[in-house]
Ligand binder design. Sequence first.
Ligand SMILES: [Fe+2]
Length: 329
Amino acid sequence: MANYTFLYDLKTPETTWRGSGKHTWPSGKVASEAGLITDAVGPHGLYWFLDTIMHEVPEEMRATWQMPHYHVHGYETFFVDSGSLYLFINGQRVLCKPGDIVHLQAGQAHGMLFMEETKWRGTYHDFEVYPENTDIGRVKQFMPELKDDPELNALAYRGEMDSVVLPEPFVYKDVPVEQCLAVKHMDRPHASYEFPGCSVKVLVERWENGGTKELIGAVCEPGFTAEWVKYPKLRELLYVRKGKVKFTILGQEIIADDECILDIPRFAPHKLEVLEKAEIYDVVGQSYWSLFLQAYNSICTLNPDKKTPEYIEKLKKRFDIQIDKIGMK
Ligand SMILES: [Fe+2]
């Protein structure tokens, strides 16, 4: 029997995490645990998804703890799925809660203070790997006498995650999360497009991702169905954050409920049926949904005569839209 993992149920990390790493506080208490779900692929390192549990920052460290840093080339998008944290960004401090999505751009300084245990699910791209730490570790392994050499240690100014730690803490203003441009939410999309049984929301635009990808979310009612083109050209990672959805992928029936990632390989015929009201995200966002939906909405509003099946088909091809049909059961 052929073998491929279509579904990663993040509710059960013990069966889902393919590799994991831990960081600890100086006291030895666990600070964070990260599990690899899917690997980075290709020149932009797309499809990389990590499931992380961030533990609360110890009480005595909270007054000053910020983790100020930026990533040289990398972008990161985090789903806050439990707990809470303060995000420091753009001179603001905002409290993020479950349902929020934190989007951080290359070169954008940011910091976090986790107030309680938080499910912090991330997808990343354009993270260059600068393995200076690994290379410096090797020097020290062979030549332990250089362990404290400041000249050698100074060569590792970037961390493992393409990141640079900032030397000074942020000065910030406390503002409501709705005022923070880096925090996205299904209730505050850039744009929202309504279809029977489905509301499609543009959450992170391509221009917020260096032109590489977008984040589209859909809120779907029970009975909503979608069928992809016969052989979709793009692999997709879909995140069913809430609800219950029946997928049929390569003839396999798969039920996804809360906190499930679907990894759907390219050329795989597939479709879905929503069983219970669901929130679904296209995590790697390669199709140009935002532009397609703008064009579609423009036709419907300004030029309804143009709305022929042939022209819509042409637009779909132009914007790499892989869904063939939607409807209600
Ligand atoms: Fe970061």
